[in-house]
Structure formats: C-alpha cells, structure tokens
Design a protein around this ligand. Structure first.
Ligand code: FPP
Length: 246
C-alpha cells in the first residue's frame, strides 16, 4: 500500500459512492446485492478514514433524485440505511465518531428519520471524525432553501444587503458546521458531480476512479489519498506564491 503523509491528509473528504448497481448486474445479481456490498465498503472506508485521522468524511448516500428509482429499490435502500444506523452507532461510539446528516430530512420515512435522530443524539459528544451522510440531498435544493431563508432575514431586517458574502451564504447551507471539502472521490468511472455540494467544491481537488464502489477497498483508497498528496493546491495563485505562503 502507498505510504501516506499524515500531515497532508484532506481535512474534509467527500465521496460519491457510485456503481453498486453495475457491480451487481455485471455478476447477474440483483441491484440490491450491490447496495448491500456497498454498505461493507462504507464500513471499511469510515473505519480507515477515522484511523488515518481524517476529520470530516461526507458520503453521498441518497440524492433527492434517487426517490424516482423503482419503489422496491428505494424501499431496500431505506431499509439498508436504517439497519446500518442501528448496527453502526455502537461502532461510532467505539471510534469516537460524531454522526451528522445533510439533506431534506422531511422526505425520509419516519422510521429512518428516527434512526438518524438516535444516531445523531447518541454520538453528539464524540469529538473524533465527523461522519456526514447526505440523505435526500440535492445541492440546488440546498441553495434554494438558503436563498429563501436569507431573503426572509433581509426582509425582516436581521441581515442587510451589504452583509451578504461568501461566508454568509455558506452559513445558510446544510454544511454550515463543516469546512469545504479538500478532496472529492467519485467511483465507477462517471465524471460528473450530480448535484453534490456545488457551492462547497469551488476549490476541491477531484478524483475519479473506474472502480465500482463495492470494490473500492483500502488499497484503492490509499492510492486516491496518495494522488491527493502529490497535488499542489494553488487557489488561483501561481506556484511561487503558494510556496512563499507555506
Ligand atoms: C450508487 O450506486 C449508490 C447509491 C445510489 C447509494 C449508495 C448507497 C449505499 C452505499 C448503501 C447504503 C448506504 C449506507 C450509508 C448504509 P448506483 O445504484 O447508482 O449504481 P449504478 O450507477 O451502477 O446503477
């Protein structure tokens, strides 16, 4: 496995976990089998991220568009989520992980919402890695609700037109307590963002791998992180300026 520099890990890693369906179909299995295998990968990557000392891990588990999938698949994914939360909360406690959710929680079935609330409450005092699941999440929807709240506050006089800044907008997003991602991984060879954290990834390093999510193991994960560590983040500056700032 690649040797990693513990000083140069992304503070916030975001992952679009894609390819569960294809993984299953390639093996003549039902799509849900791919999702079940995907949950095992979630376990591996959560534990490894926490062990490595990554501070924030955000996983795209269910998009606002995923509600349009066949009902049986939506139901199966919701059941998997509930089972994951019921089972993994104890592991999160052992690993000092704080659990959080971003997305439109009102859309989630009541039992899933309850499992989410339980996990958030139980882990709220943990101060290790923050594991955030994006559930019923869509970035444009997130931006719309932010703009609507901001307009309400401007009309109510609690925010002025002049105060509107990048920081203010960030403070109205679901991610208000999380720094912007440093690194974003997408599995399964698709090279798109699919309405994930559009505002937040302005300066994020992107990484795409052909490997389907169920096959994304520790080795693949370390290669992705090594690739990140070899990059120079310039934020619009030139190399000399970046070196002088260090
Ligand atoms: C993409 O595969 C994956 C998803 C829609 C959701 C990811 C869900 C899991 C890993 C399981 C549940 C998660 C947790 C945290 C318990 P796809 O179905 O889009 O694959 P395809 O593009 O090959 O069809």
């Amino acid at each position: 496995m690649q040797i990693l520099d513990p000083e140069k890990l992304p503070r916030h890693l975001a992952i679009i976990m894609d390819g569960n369906g294809r993984w299953a179909q390639e093996r003549m299995l039902k799509r849900i089998v791919g999702h079940r295998k995907g949950v095992e990968t979630v376990r591996t990557i959560v534990e490894e991220s926490s062990r490595l000392g990554i501070k924030y891990l955000t996983l795209f588990a269910f998009s606002s568009e995923n509600w349009l999938r066949p009902k049986t698949e939506v139901r199966a994914l919701m059941a998997l989520l509930k089972a994951y939360l019921a089972k993994e909360t104890a592991r999160m406690m052992t690993n000092n992980i704080r659990f959080a959710v971003i997305g439109d929680r009102a859309d989630l079935p009541e039992d899933v919402n309850k499992a989410v609330t339980d996990a958030v409450t139980k882990t709220s005092q943990n101060d290790g890695m923050v594991l955030t699941l994006a559930l019923s999440y869509g970035s444009r929807k997130e931006i719309i609700q932010a703009v609507a709240q901001l307009v309400d506050n401007v009309l109510a006089g609690t925010v002025t037109r002049e105060e509107i800044s990048e920081e203010i907008i960030s403070a109205y997003l679901y991610t208000r307590e999380i720094p912007d991602p440093d690194f974003l991984i997408r599995t399964s060879g698709e090279m798109r963002i699919s309405n994930f954290l559009l505002w937040q990834i302005a300066y994020t390093e992107l990484y795409f791998t052909e490997v389907n999510w169920p096959d994304f193991g520790k080795e693949e994960f370390h290669s992705a992180l090594a690739n990140y560590q070899a990059r120079e983040r310039r934020y619009g500056l030139i190399s000399d300026q970046v070196r002088k700032r260090r």
